[in-house]
Design a protein around this ligand. Sequence first.
Ligand code: CA
Length: 361
Amino acid sequence: MQRRHLLAGASAAALAACSRPTPGQSGATAVGRKLQWKMVTSWQPNFPGLGAGAARLAEMIGRASGGRLTIKVYGGNELVPPFEVFDAVSRGTAEMGHSAAYYWKGKNAAAPFFCAVPFGLNAQEMNGWLYHGGGLELWRELYAPFNLVPFPAGNTGVQMAGWFNREITAVSDFNGLKMRIPGLGGDVMSRLGATAVNIPGAEIYTAMQTGALDACEWVGPYNDLAFGLFRVAKYCYYPGWQEPGPTLECLLHKPAYEALPDDLKAIVEVCCQAINDDMLADYTAQNHRAMRSLIDEHKVAFRRLPDPVLNALRQAAQEVVGELAASDPFAHRVFDSFSAFREQVRVWHGISEVPFYQARG
Ligand code: CA
């Protein structure tokens, strides 16, 4: 009798613990149970494209799961700072995160390949490499020791080269330029004489306004209009050589993800793939509207970077990416996979996408 009571007490305690899931323990008996997760992000809450995309992802998972998995979304600094998303999800402070892998290049040399490589892959090509070219398997392998499962979860499409307070007519104009530019693009700019810094998006406007920065790249018309960057820099250049199709990431705390029943795992996976597609559609629909507004209402004259400047950037990018691959065995494996895919798809798109754009005029 005593023994039966003890067992009953233990079961009740276990059930009570399960009804208040904590990170890493949230799903072991989760079939039919309602889970509440946290998602930390590197973006301002509901910021167009990025923050709104993360919120749509959370909403979609809640709806698709019939409320069995609901997710509360936190903007940058609401629970953790924007650049601590990786660590927060790794240690289980939150079960999910939404961010960009190139922010973590200080932790792992291979990380930028899963977001943006200068002169690398566009959005369509990134999806091809990640989903059907071996990229996602490598990404999962890279993040596994950090207790993280990554999913592609958004893409902005080709970005802009950025906003500058001086005209760029030659590579020498980069000398001494203080520019906000994260990831490998920052390393390329440093090689050409600039000082590259990385600060969260929310801090860019003030840094430009106060003169702490001479130049910045953020995303493109949709997001740059929202930040009002046209007010703090005279020149906007294209194309976004540094981010031809950056993949955003949804990070899952591995123990929490693995404890999910199979149908919720599938819902998370499918919703991530849906937002990966939907965010690109949002940018594609909004960027050209924002571009018109910047031109017509705010009198922004977009400029193309001169060919000699783009050639110098491409040359420096090859050096930077090559040295990165040589610095780390895993980065070399990723580089080999990425480079082989890029070369093959470059040839194919050379007789499909590229001539179509040219023929369309
Ligand atoms: Ca950017």
